[in-house]
Design a protein around this ligand. Structure first.
Ligand code: SAM
Ligand code: SF4
Length: 315
């Protein structure tokens, strides 16, 4: 399938599909403390609807799908969703972003269902800080999740670390150290002023290079600039939506769990997909790709134009 090119000459090949708004954690920069109101069953895409959307996106040129949320592993039927997406001809890569807490129970199933790679979010290596930032989480659960993922045969797992000034900037060296003898990529992500993002303090990714001046540039991979410590097995990725906007390399569209296509994470624009089928569904997806804005304006305005919290878009 030929990829669809948007109005700014970008090939759109990547779908981030949110399967739920719900989550078993309450990260301060993502979710309100009280969580989110559970939507009525009928207000969330069914497994069949999600698969229909994924199939139509593939017909429009998508080749990589990431399942996200909220926390995808709390979604009932997650293994059916994975199996269904992996079986779509044309899907070359199926990934999933998770907080890792439920991996001990689900890692084997995800692997058998055809998930190729995992991103696991982990902002601190200290149990007390983890409990603080997630409000309800236990670091030992994620550690067990990472071990379960490895035992299930997942390789190239990425750790997502949101950089927060005064919270985890003194752990940059510890995270980079993890890459020395492990086949992982630690990805430092700049905090974005979206939803609850104001609950923590922004720190540019330049802080990573200041803390670890021995990091050597490797390549650009999607939206990440990647580095390696000399002799290390793993990689360090910097994702800099704020300090080094990568919109010119954006290759993605997003679909929320309630079936709205978001051409850009940071714009208010949404295109409803529910109720559409076949060519009508494809036409709506193509319209969404054509509507992708050139770039976001967060650096100038200090805020995202998205009108949803991250858990309700799919980070
Ligand atoms: N629950 C899963 C998880 O935590 O990995 C998937 C959904 S979560 C919304 C996806 C990613 O978005 C996580 O890595 C999270 O840290 C990140 N995120 C959430 N809010 C953010 C913000 N305001 N700025 C930057 N990243 C954010
Ligand atoms: Fe849940 Fe992920 Fe948001 Fe944390 S970042 S509250 S784990 S959706």
């Amino acid at each position: 399938m030929i990829a669809m090119r948007d109005s700014f000459d970008r090939d759109i090949t990547y779908l981030r599909l949110s399967v739920t708004d719900l989550c078993d954690l309450r990260c301060r920069y993502c979710m309100p403390a009280e969580g989110v109101e559970k939507k009525r069953h009928e207000d969330i895409c069914s497994v069949e609807e999600l698969l229909e959307i994924a199939r139509a996106a593939v017909a429009c040129g998508v080749r990589k799908v990431r399942l996200t949320g909220g926390e995808p592993l709390v979604r009932r039927g997650i293994l059916d969703i994975c199996r269904g997406v992996a079986a779509i001809p044309g899907v070359e890569e199926l990934c999933l972003t998770t907080n890792g807490v439920r991996l001990p129970a689900l890692a084997d199933g995800l692997r058998s269902a055809g998930v190729d790679r995992l991103n696991v979010s982990l902002d601190t290596l200290r149990p007390d800080r983890y409990a603080y930032i997630t409000r309800v989480g236990r670091l030992e659960d994620v550690s067990a999740g990472l071990r379960a993922a490895e035992a299930a045969g997942f390789t190239g797992t990425k750790l997502n670390v949101v950089l927060m000034k005064g919270f985890n900037d003194d752990e940059i060296g510890d995270f980079v150290h993890l890459t020395e003898d492990r086949d992982i990529e630690v990805r430092f992500i700049e905090l974005m002023p979206i939803g609850q993002g104001g609950a923590a303090e922004y720190l540019p990714c330049g802080a990573v290079l200041e803390a670890c001046p021995d990091l050597e540039p490797v390549d650009l991979s999607g939206v990440a600039r990647r580095y390696r410590r000399p002799g290390a097995r793993g990689l360090v990725g910097l994702i800099q939506p704020m300090s080094c906007r990568f919109c010119n390399r954006c290759d993605r569209i997003r679909v929320t769990a309630d079936g709205m296509l978001k051409p850009c994470l940071h714009s208010a624009g949404e295109i409803p997909l529910r109720g559409l089928h076949g060519l009508d569904l494809e036409r709506a997806i193509r319209a969404g790709i054509a509507a992708k804005p050139e770039r976001h304006h967060m650096a100038e305005t200090g805020r995202s134009e998205a009108e949803r919290d991250m858990n309700r878009i799919g980070g």
